[in-house]
Design a protein around this ligand. Structure first.
Ligand SMILES: [Zn+2]
Length: 400
């Protein structure tokens, strides 16, 4: 049994403490207390903030090799898609594997412990596992038959989670009948879908507008049968609601174009929404209406998206970006998105996202200046770039 003390510990929303001890036993959190058991070995981490390991709820690890090869996002979503599919084929698999491994390592070094990872190949699972990054690999279906996801599963392999779940690419790229079948296949596991990411998507579903036409043309050139595109509502979310695929186990990603009214509908269904602030800004010039989502009670989480639309896989700049664009947001709300919000969205809050008793003892430590007032801790930790230290406190006696 070991007890770790930092000047500050944030264990979960509403719980920022000064100087308590995090007691770890057999790889899991046992307690957070002012008086650790006498038999516990004590380690003082010093000035800084101890927090749960971060959850990157949306990334595409297998695209890491494209970093710097695709045109940088310049606010034109369809042009970026075209660049991506032009560049993706024809790269050596071993290079891709090494790039994935590097990306997973960087994510771990920035304090991320768990990733919701979209995949068409499942090739990132192994390198991510080797780097100790827990993953939920969302096998992503596109079009009427491409990339059939395997059955969902949840396995621990030498202390590292290797789960598989089901994803559909987007409302406009998977036929209605297949979306329903995929959601059914997802069962009790999370079901992930990109939603309302761009204006092009909204226009395509509405059947009018120049951006929508360009996206439609792109799909047709990629071999999508446009007769398959039958929409059951005037907007992307309405379409998914009509199909019955939005519920408490649905993880919607991006939602840039969702309205305040639609946020209320998302909240009503209990679905989660993942924001990818830097990717969203780069590809579309905007981020979802975050304050409306919070006011409606949507479970929000954070993702980096892939290295084709983000410079790195660290969630710290994502949090800082969100606070810069929405200065009225409480830093704690943003930290919640990067921890518990992600764990809830992935259905894994019993293991990740907080330092409550029973959770995996994987944390991050953010060194901070001494003598901060309590109200200064989270703004300082999240608002400015700084060093982060991943802390795997599970020691040798790992249990799941
Ligand atoms: Zn994505």
């Amino acid at each position: 049994m070991t007890a770790y003390r930092a000047a500050w510990t944030w264990s979960e929303p509403g719980d920022l403490r000064a100087g308590d001890w995090l007691v770890v036993e057999r790889g899991r959190v046992r307690d957070l207390t002012a008086r650790p058991p006498a038999e516990a070995r004590r380690i003082d981490l010093g000035d800084g903030l101890l927090l749960p390991g971060l959850v990157n709820a949306h990334t595409h690890l297998e695209l890491s090799f494209l970093h710097g090869l695709t045109p940088p996002p310049a606010g034109d979503f369809v042009a970026w898609l075209e660049g991506l599919v032009r560049t993706r084929p024809g790269h050596d698999h071993l290079d891709a594997r090494e790039a994935t491994r590097r990306a997973a390592r960087q994510a771990r070094e920035s304090g991320t412990v768990l990733a919701g990872d979209i995949t068409n190949t499942f090739r990132a699972q192994e390198p991510a596992w080797e780097e100790g990054l827990h993953t939920v690999s969302f096998g992503e279906a596109i079009g009427p038959q491409r990339s059939q996801p395997p059955e969902p599963s949840l396995t621990w392999r030498e202390g590292v989670l290797q789960a598989s779940a089901v994803a559909a690419h987007a409302p406009y790229s998977v036929p209605d009948w297949r979306l329903k079948a995929l959601k059914l296949q997802a069962g009790a596991q999370p079901f992930c879908i990109h939603l309302a990411e761009s204006r092009a998507e909204v226009e395509l579903v509405a059947g009018r507008g120049e951006e929508g036409l360009r996206l439609r043309q792109f799909l047709s050139e990629r071999g999508m049968n446009l007769d398959d595109l039958v929409f059951h509502g005037p907007r992307p979310l309405a379409h998914l609601l009509a199909l019955g695929v939005v519920d408490g186990r649905t993880l919607l990603v991006h939602g840039v174009q969702l309205t305040a009214g639609e946020m209320a509908q998302v909240a009503e269904r209990g679905a989660s929404l993942c924001l990818c602030p830097r990717s969203n800004l780069g590809l579309t010039g905007a981020i979802a209406p975050v304050e409306a989502a919070l006011a409606a009670g949507v479970n929000l989480c954070l993702g980096t998206d892939s290295l084709t639309s983000s410079p790195d896989l660290s969630l710290w700049p994502e949090m800082a970006t969100l606070l810069r664009v929405f200065p009225a947001l409480a830093p704690e709300a943003v930290l919640t998105m990067a921890t518990l919000g992600g764990a809830l969205a992935l259905g894994l809050a019993e293991h990740f996202g907080s330092l409550r008793p029973g959770r995996l003892a994987q944390a991050a430590f953010r060194p901070l200046p001494a003598g901060l007032a309590k109200s200064e801790v989270l703004p300082q930790a999240l608002g400015e770039p700084g060093q982060v230290q991943p802390l795997d406190l599970r020691g040798q006696s790992q249990v799941n």
